[in-house]
Design a protein around this ligand. Structure first.
Ligand SMILES: *[C@@H]1O[C@H](CO)[C@@H](O)[C@H](O)[C@H]1NC(C)=O
Ligand SMILES: *[C@@H]1O[C@H](CO)[C@@H](O)[C@H](O)[C@H]1NC(C)=O
Length: 548
């Protein structure tokens, strides 16, 4: 471990050089980054949705996801769907709840179904850049187009407004948008929808799906997010999540779970006569084998081997699957999705091993260990280093990111560019990542947020958390203040060759460019890795810049 000695005892001129180069870039790019506005074509729909209660912005009330007096009223959602002609009954649904891994499992499973040629709708939340990402359709699983969404909204608007009136204005943004998604899936003749629960409780709007419409339910993991909304304990969360189990319909559980939690899920399934398939079954002999590259982008090589005999006989052997989604947790999600696919085969769907492999390999989510192509890096004005975007913003997700980085790039030099919302655990986040690999520098920054509740922590406050985290861990850091000045090259990168981690703040693009410069100066056999993380907003800002 590096020595305790926070500080910058180096000459003024070196310091000035370093500062100038960071600061010089700050000015040119001040306004280039802010999260995108929705497509103008969606103005009317967004205006309507914004007139409704939005719990994603206001926070979810205590107990809202539990099956109790405090719970959201699912009756409201049922009446809305009834008025709309129950579109959710015109296709089969795989319903996914869980604390972590819902979105990735949904991505794997919908990708598998598409690879077999089924017409698939996928409904997830939240989104990174546009609300359209929440509804994906079609052969490639693209977000619904603004045109199609707007058109569909207009055809349903009258009936939705009638429902809002009947409920005295008590329909939420999430409820109405979920109804629009289901209605759109029906309209597009979707055969099967993969639906991620929002809050994930018994009273989640998506839980309007009834037994006969459900193909299977999946519970990925049970952890302590939304603790208050789901009743205050891990057990109450498990009970709330198991509210998606339906009579006689199979339940796939991911895990691994602590025994008391698995017991709750299994007891619920058994009370509903639902067969249970566990991805953490002893018959799971899947393993991470190593890494390879496909068109310059790293992938993880996995064997997915299942031989499950309880409740159903399920088996598959896929060797050398090249997952684009990285990390041990993604192997776990891939195994869960594979269990679900095999379970669907028991119900008369026919997903071949080939389609399962293709689906797993092509599944991809923006902003989860997303590696930019060299063209994309060029658009940011950098080349040489690998740029990775990850929306991690809790200490748990930072730990998962840290594990993935250690595993995927064990020897690479790293630079982090971090922005975080001000209500997050900045110190906890920094603690998880400060010991990652061969860390050269951490840049703190801020991005503008359009239309979200959270505000960003100031870059200087954020930097303090990293100074404090490094102090706790006995790491040596160089703490630089950014002064305003003209553009200069980063000659001072040499000083980073010392054992210290450079900490500095600046605008997003300036930080990315300065970070890549440092990595290129220090390039060893492997290219360095620049990781942009801390919030979905910073990921969104980079993607927005690339797509503008
Ligand atoms: C399946 O087994 C692999 C290898 O032991 C493990 O990494 C993975 O986490 C397991 N999956 C689940 C869902 O338990
Ligand atoms: C860092 O530590 C100092 C001294 O303990 C404390 O005053 C300060 O509030 C901390 N700052 C952050 C952002 O954690």
């Amino acid at each position: 471990m590096k020595n305790l000695s926070i500080l910058c005892r180096f000459t003024r001129s070196i310091q000035r050089n370093m500062l100038c180069s960071v600061a010089g870039l700050v000015h040119n790019t001040r306004h280039a980054f802010s999260t995108l506005r929705e497509d103008p074509e969606l103005d009317e729909m967004m205006e309507f949705l914004d007139s409704l209660k939005n719990f994603e912005k206001s926070g979810v009330p205590k107990g809202a996801g539990t099956d109790s007096e405090d719970g959201f009223d699912l009756g409201r959602m049922r009446r809305l769907m009834g008025l709309m002609g129950n579109p959710q009954s015109r296709f089969k649904t795989v319903h996914i709840a869980g604390t972590k891994g819902k979105g990735s499992t949904a991505a794997f499973l919908s990708s598998i179904l598409r690879a077999e040629g089924y017409s698939v709708g996928c409904y997830t939340s939240p989104h990174i850049q546009t609300i359209r990402e929440r509804i994906t359709l079609g052969k490639w699983g693209e977000p619904v187009s603004a045109k199609a969404l707007n058109h569909h909204f207009n055809t349903r608007r009258e009936v939705i407004e009638r429902a809002v009136k009947l409920e005295n204005g008590c329909l939420s943004h999430f409820e109405v948008f979920t109804a629009i998604a289901f209605s759109l899936f029906a309209e597009e003749n979707t055969e099967i929808a993969v639906v991620e629960a929002g809050l994930g409780g018994a009273r989640d709007a998506t839980n309007v799906i009834s037994g006969p419409d459900l193909a299977i339910s999946i519970i990925t993991t049970v952890g302590e997010e939304h603790l208050d909304a789901l009743g205050g304990s891990l057990e109450s969360i498990a009970v709330a999540k198991s509210g998606i189990v339906k009579n006689g319909r199979p339940l796939v559980i991911g895990g691994p779970f602590v025994p008391s939690i698995e017991y709750i899920l299994r007891r619920k399934a058994s009370s509903m006569s639902s067969p249970v398939v566990s991805a953490s079954d002893l018959g799971n002999r899947s393993a991470l084998k190593g890494f390879c590259e496909v068109t310059g982008i790293p992938r993880q090589l996995c064997d997915i081997v299942l031989q499950i005999e309880k409740d159903y006989d399920l088996s598959i052997e896929l060797l050398g699957v090249k997952l684009r989604m990285l990390g041990a947790h993604q192997l776990q999600n891939a195994v869960t999705a594979t269990c679900a696919a095999l379970c669907l085969n028991k119900q008369g769907w026919s997903l071949s091993s080939g389609a399962i492999r293709t689906g797993l390999e092509s599944a991809f989510l923006q902003g989860r260990t997303q590696i930019l192509s060299s063209e994309e890096a060029n658009l940011l004005g950098v080349s040489g280093a690998t740029i990775l975007l990850d929306g991690a913003h809790t200490k748990e997700s930072a730990r998962a990111l840290e594990n993935t980085l250690q595993m995927t790039f064990p020897k690479a030099k790293m630079v982090l560019v971090v922005a975080m919302a001000n209500d997050k655990d900045h110190l906890g986040f920094a603690r998880e990542l400060i010991s990652v690999g061969d860390l050269d520098a951490v840049f703190s920054t801020e991005v503008d947020i359009a239309g979200a509740k959270s505000r960003m922590a100031s870059a200087s406050l954020l930097k303090c958390s990293w100074v404090n985290a490094s102090r706790e861990m006995n790491m040596k850091v160089l703490d630089l203040k950014v002064a305003e000045s003209e553009d200069q090259s980063l000659q001072a990168a040499g000083i980073v060759k010392s054992q210290s981690i450079l900490l500095a703040e600046g605008s997003l693009l300036a930080c990315i460019r300065a970070g890549v410069k440092i990595l290129n100066e220090r390039a060893g056999e492997q290219p360095g890795i620049l990781v942009v993380t801390g919030s979905l907003h910073i990921v969104s800002a980079v993607l927005g810049y690339l797509h503008s």
